[in-house]
Design a protein around this ligand. Structure first.
Ligand SMILES: C[S@@+](CC[C@H](N)C(=O)[O-])C[C@H]1O[C@@H](n2cnc3c(N)ncnc32)[C@H](O)[C@@H]1O
Length: 285
């Protein structure tokens, strides 16, 4: 049974980190007129209410988008991200936050394709309502591990796979990299971005190790170490120590932008820009 609900975490520090990286990545794809695909394997909802009971209970967004939103000195690479947030918040108070499907949609042209997958029935239904009649968007209801392999390669073979699981099943930490390894074999031109939580159990170490040993791709890592005393960071009552991303086959110069933007995001979220840690885990192509 699925119990994770992103409504508790929308707009939190982890969302800011992963959505910043997604936006930097998608900026690379809109440079050329050639069409691209975005596959969002654990899509969640299109939009999240921050005034709802769940968001108000954790108030994670206050430690995330709430810290960045009032700032004027925003990195140009995040312009569309802030445009997407602004679109849902026409006044000064934050009342809503865009999910990854909505953020992805802000980058799409007529020729592009968005493929969403979500297993949780109410969330899947909410996604269908959110899509309205946009026929560039298709929505699947499959297990993420199965969809990751089943949906690649997409018809348009230039694009990104965004993988943002809830890690309710502990084996996902090692199963996901193995699936990505197989997906990369089917679609080596694709860029894959995988988010992971950094918790005290250190399960993400196995995720990283398995990725390095099984995925035949360049792998770039970006992590933001969150403050120890922060009150609200929690997934199922456990403190989120950090937020991590592995980017497989990043486009040329993505790493340089990610370092710059990540330092800015880290400074705004934690007070320190050096809490953003990056490295190449593999440079084989
Ligand atoms: C972290 S949330 C996604 C947030 C979203 N990607 C965003 O950035 O706005 C993870 C989502 O995966 C869904 N989910 C959980 N287990 C799944 C599975 N086995 N297959 C597909 N979706 C699943 C959850 O219902 C939840 O909506």
């Amino acid at each position: 049974m699925l119990s994770y609900q992103h409504t508790y975490h929308a707009g939190g520090p982890a969302d800011v980190h992963k959505h910043s990286a997604l936006c930097i990545l998608l900026e690379h794809f809109v440079i050329k007129a050639k069409p691209f695909s975005i596959l969002d394997i654990y899509a969640g909802k299109g939009r999240y209410k921050l005034t709802g009971e769940h968001a108000q209970k954790t108030k994670e967004y206050e430690c995330g988008i709430g810290r960045l939103w009032p700032l004027q000195n925003r990195p140009p690479a995040l312009q569309r991200y802030f445009d997407a947030v602004h679109y849902l918040n026409q006044n000064d108070t934050l009342v809503a936050y865009p999910g990854s499907p909505e953020i992805a949609r802000t980058f799409m042209r007529e020729q592009d394709q968005l493929i969403l997958n979500e297993l949780h029935t109410p969330t899947y239904r909410a996604l269908r309502t959110w899509r309205e009649a946009d026929n560039r968007i298709s929505i699947h209801k499959r297990d993420g591990l199965e969809a990751l392999l089943g949906l690649v390669p997409p018809r348009i073979r230039r694009g990104v796979v965004f993988i943002d699981p809830s890690y309710e099943v502990k084996t996902e930490y090692t199963e996901l990299p193995k699936r990505i390894a197989k997906a990369v074999k089917k679609w080596p031109q694709g860029t894959y971005i995988l988010w992971y939580p950094m918790l005290s159990e250190n399960r993400h170490d196995a995720l990283i190790e398995t990725s390095v040993h099984t995925v035949d791709a360049k792998i770039f890592k970006s992590e933001i170490i969150l403050p120890n005393q922060a009150p609200h960071y929690a997934i199922k009552e456990r403190r989120l120590l950090g937020t991590g991303l592995l980017i497989f086959n990043p486009p040329w110069k993505f790493n340089i932008q990610m370092i710059d933007v990540g330092r800015w995001v880290s400074k705004m979220l934690t007070g320190h820009n050096d809490r953003h840690k990056t490295s190449w885990l593999s440079t084989k192509s």
